[in-house]
Design a protein around this ligand. Structure first.
Ligand code: ZN
Length: 366
């Protein structure tokens, strides 16, 4: 922290105070404490630090220092962007600012018996959409007998949220998520957002990603609250208990039970929107590097804008995705439950055996 302070003073051309004085001020003027981090550290930062501390190659060390500075600047810009978006929204009634993610899967049964380590458990999923202005969260809960946890499930929860939880006067959505390719940053979600700005009242969707490794978001606090209650309740026998537990964790949580009918297949979207491959400048779309997607009703065809930074000065690139079918889309998102939970079919017998041994009727898990 003192090193960062020295860096800050050098940047601002200020005379830094001595370490001892800095320490004295920190200890007496601020009510702040340090504790050992109990979650993951950033693997990119770990990699850079390793090279900087241990490599004899000066050129390599220099490159690592430059890359680390860029990485930290990107993380800082992303934090600033989220903060600014949350502030702007307080005066605006037509904009919703949210962040979303899936909680680590919850096992059923959740018990202290050692038997639990030898049998496969039934997973319950909880997808959280946290409103950055009100601090309230919508929790979408289902278990793997209902659906899996890929991009189509995430997209289906977002459809549910926009259709039922977002007020009619809201026409602009700013969403933050991490860059998980399987769930949040992929062509299915991009196509869904292209579709939503064309087919619903929503005029604009801004989907922004924090710098990997520095993705602390408000839903992490929500999941922390649930985990705390979970630790105090060592016994969960049916998925319904998870919904009750989440609901009782915090007054700011609204829990939605997701049924089979709430999940959609996005295969229909492929007829009207093609896979994004190259932008209008003929550059290949590098999904991993994208930090910002912008979707707007204004555009004449299915397209999106993207950039690799959350710096407002950074320009957007455009990508067109015209599909085979022309005209205004008329989409029926169909239910394809049978394809979605293929994974569960393989372990069904084992989960039922487990349930039987605890006297839980199999009907509870089917
Ligand atoms: Zn990092």
């Amino acid at each position: 922290m003192y090193d960062l302070y020295i860096e800050h003073c050098t940047e601002k051309n200020l005379d830094p105070v001595k370490h001892s004085y800095y320490r004295h001020i920190f200890n007496t003027e601020f009510n702040l404490r340090f504790h050992r981090p109990n979650s993951d550290t950033c693997s990119k930062c770990d990699g850079f630090n390793n090279i900087i501390k241990n490599s004899d190659n000066a050129e390599k060390v220099n490159t690592a220092k430059v890359s680390q500075t860029v990485h930290h600047r990107k993380a800082e810009k992303a934090r600033e962007s989220k903060q600014n978006d949350s502030n702007v929204n307080k005066e605006s009634t037509d904009t919703f600012v949210i962040c979303f993610d899936l909680q680590q899967a919850l096992p059923t049964p959740h018990i202290t018996t050692s038997k639990v380590f030898y049998l496969r458990q039934l997973w319950t999923y909880n997808f959280c959409i946290h409103n950055l202005v009100t601090g309230k969260s919508d929790m979408y809960v289902w278990d793997e007998t209902i659906a899996s946890r890929g991009s189509q499930e995430i997209g289906s929860c977002l459809i549910h949220y926009i259709t039922n939880a977002v007020p009619q006067n809201v026409t602009k959505i700013i969403a933050y998520s991490d860059s998980c390719g399987g769930q949040n940053k992929n062509k299915n979600i991009a196509k869904l957002f292209m579709y939503l700005v064309k087919a619903t009242r929503i005029q604009e969707i801004h989907h922004k990603f924090l710098e990997p490794g520095h993705t602390f978001m408000e839903y992490d606090q929500d999941f922390g609250i649930i985990e705390k209650v979970k630790r105090k309740n060592p016994q969960v026998f049916v998925p319904e208990h998870w919904r009750q537990l989440i609901k009782s964790s915090c007054k700011k949580f609204t829990v939605h039970e997701m049924s089979k009918e709430n999940f959609f297949s996005f295969s229909n979207l492929n007829n009207i929107i093609s896979d994004p491959k190259k932008d209008t400048e003929k550059r290949a779309i590098k999904w991993r590097e994208i930090q910002y997607f912008f979707f707007t009703k204004e555009s004449e065809r299915f397209c999106f804008f993207y950039k690799t930074s959350l710096d407002p000065e950074f320009p957007f690139n455009k990508c067109l995705c015209p599909g085979k079918a022309a005209g205004r889309p008329k989409l029926t998102l169909k239910d394809t439950f049978d394809q979605l939970n293929r994974e569960f079919k393989n372990k069904r017998a084992e989960v039922e055996k487990f349930a039987d041994s605890f006297g839980i009727r199999s009907s509870k898990i089917s």
